[in-house]
Write a protein that binds this ligand. Structure first.
Ligand SMILES: *[C@@H]1O[C@H](CO)[C@@H](O)[C@H](O)[C@H]1NC(C)=O
Ligand SMILES: *[C@@H]1O[C@H](CO)[C@@H](O)[C@H](O)[C@H]1NC(C)=O
Ligand SMILES: [Ca+2]
Ligand SMILES: [Ca+2]
Length: 343
């Protein structure tokens, strides 16, 4: 009994879904002779005049026909347009229209609702949803994070992990896994990678700005950072990697003025002139962590002509009182650290 009821219900739903009732019982009618002529035509054909579209175009509604029909009312149409005062008539059809300013991107990652810098609107976010709507989500782009390592098997990174964008400069091997200690000193690189390319809509953790990009990590901050260490990191696999992201630099206390040495400089120049078949590497550098105490120009990496310097604001719009990507880091910290404080 129940089953039969369900089948009937399904059939009804299917039929009404397939046969859309999109022909209305209204016509737009172009009539010469003014309102009196229009009224004559309307009454003679069982219509009411319900409005005007233009001075000489009237909106008619039929008195008896159903509001919605799968088929056009061809007979009624024919009779209407043969009237001598009717220059043109069109039965009105319901058109499918989508509001373009209403972005419906909604991802199922638990932290997505809190990711204001991706989805909050009101000039607070980075217009990422508009880019996603155009299909720009990082697919085909290779990013590497130069930092303290990368948890390549992190559940939110494993899908986008690219071993060819990864290396361990500190230990001279191919595996960029971070070194674990009791205070989690080496989680920075994994968090930065998550900000860029944490997988989207996978029900895990957060969402990267470019959640379909490939991401690798270079472990280079967990040891002595020298000119050679920086240069090897900046020159990794340059025909393969599009973007090198560095969220580190000289001290931001406002008293240090330091910059790349000779080898790192050469890595920049060769990168921008020769890599990616001449298109050049993109070197992205963090700035702004020094807040009011510092000036971004006191840093030979962020003010270099070979780097793009990126800073940010807080959720309240404050640009000079906070750590650069505190919000994203907080999100990744609270739910996403695989070996974080819950370890
Ligand atoms: C996210 O995944 C859900 C299924 O879990 C799907 O319905 C939805 O369309 C996806 N959203 C995007 C933007 O891909
Ligand atoms: C990494 O590079 C090797 C050698 O060029 C290539 O065979 C392999 O497909 C690449 N892997 C990825 C994930 O791009
Ligand atoms: Ca290693
Ligand atoms: Ca995710």
């Amino acid at each position: 009994m129940c089953v039969l009821g369900q089948i009937v219900f399904c059939v009804v739903v299917l039929v009404s879904a397939v046969v859309a009732q999109h022909h209305t019982n209204e016509w737009a009618v172009h009539i010469t002779g003014g309102h009196d002529a229009a009224q004559l035509v309307a009454y003679g054909h069982d219509f009411d005049i319900i409005n005007k579209v233009f001075d000489d175009v009237y909106l008619f509604r039929h008195r008896r026909l159903a509001r919605g029909s799968a088929e056009p009312y061809a007979e009624h149409h024919k009779r209407l347009i043969t009237h001598s005062a009717v220059l043109w008539a069109e039965q009105q059809v319901v058109k499918q229209r989508v509001k373009r300013d209403f972005l419906t991107t909604w991802l199922n990652d638990p932290r997505w609702p809190q990711m204001w810098y991706l989805n909050r609107g009101d000039n607070l976010d980075m217009n990422v949803q508009q880019a996603l709507a155009e299909g720009v989500s990082g697919k085909g782009v290779v990013v590497t994070i130069l930092d303290d390592g990368l948890e390549k098997d992190h559940p939110d990174l494993i899908k986008n992990y690219d071993p060819n964008a990864s290396y361990d400069v500190n230990s001279h091997d191919a595996d960029p896994m971070p070194r674990y200690d009791l205070i989690d000193s080496n989680r920075h690189g994994t968090r930065c990678a998550g900000e860029v390319a944490a997988d989207g809509n996978n029900s895990i953790c957060a969402v990267g700005v470019a959640y379909e990009a490939s991401v690798g990590g270079v472990r280079m901050l967990d040891g002595d950072v020298t000119n050679a260490v920086e240069a090897m990191s900046l020159a990794l696999n340059p025909q393969h990697i599009d973007i090198y992201s560095a969220s580190w630099g000289p001290d931001d206390g406002g008293k240090t003025v330091d910059g790349p040495g000779q080898l790192a400089t050469r890595a920049f120049i060769e990168g921008i002139t020769r890599s990616r078949n001449g298109k050049g590497s993109i070197f992205v550098w963090a700035s702004g962590n020094g807040g009011d105490q510092d000036n971004c120009n006191c840093d030979g990496y962020t003010n270099s002509i070979w780097t793009l310097s990126i800073s940010s604001a807080t959720e309240k719009g404050c640009v000079h009182c906070t750590v650069r990507h505190a919000a994203a880091h907080w999100l990744l910290h609270t739910v996403c650290d695989r070996y974080g404080s819950a370890k």
